[in-house]
Design a protein around this ligand. Structure first.
Ligand SMILES: [Zn+2]
Length: 200
């Protein structure tokens, strides 16, 4: 017997409950997925895209990495973005960070955690570029602000990918949203107006 039996039991109970509620639920999803949203979020276990937005399976395409970083050389992120925009034709890309992000904290405090430090270098660069503002804030507020600036910077990076630029050139409707989730309330803060061809 697997030590993960409880997870498998949960899975069977969940599937049975969904079918009891909506007998066509799974057969509809087998036919196709038509999500309107691409979520780019942190890998943090406390920020699950579907649950905090009340979306069902099939409704949001998801990419998560440590500290929701967007860099134009990340082929995993670019592949997800390209498929979501060009094939699924999502209408909204949401970059959602969260306050108290461990990855952003490690970058801000210049902690040494090994390989992941290379990934977090992107955030350290953002912190350096915003040192003037961050240095005026107490440590918890500086972390919260860097979590926000990281999201805004990554949304801008998204707008400058060839994938988003090409979609906008074709006139495809696509907005990029900058959000930050509060672990202590479960609420999402909207950090800025969505990026569109006019606002990018
Ligand atoms: Zn995080």
């Amino acid at each position: 017997m697997s030590s993960l039996d409880h997870l498998l039991a949960n899975n069977r109970a969940w599937a049975a409950a969904r079918v009891a509620e909506d007998p066509e639920f799974f057969s509809r999803l087998v036919a196709q997925q038509t999500p309107e949203y691409l979520w780019i979020g942190c890998s943090d276990s406390r920020v699950p895209a579907n649950q905090i937005t009340g979306l069902d399976p099939g409704e949001v395409f998801v990419h998560r990495n440590v500290a929701n970083v967007v860099v134009q050389t990340d082929f995993s992120m670019l592949s997800v973005l390209q498929f979501a925009v060009d094939v699924l034709k999502v209408k909204h890309v949401i970059v959602c960070g969260h306050y108290g992000c461990g990855g952003v904290k490690a970058a801000l405090e210049n902690q040494k955690n090994g390989l992941v430090d290379n990934w977090l270098r992107h955030i350290r660069n953002i912190a350096r570029r915003n040192e003037e503002e961050l240095s005026t804030l107490a440590p918890p507020a500086a972390l919260d602000r860097l979590c926000e600036i990281n999201v805004l910077s990554n949304a801008e990076n998204l707008a400058r990918t060839t994938i988003v630029e090409s979609a906008w050139e074709r006139g495809q409707p696509l907005q990029i949203h900058s959000w930050a989730y509060r672990l202590d309330t479960g609420h999402i803060n909207v950090l800025d107006e969505p990026l569109t061809p006019e606002r990018a």
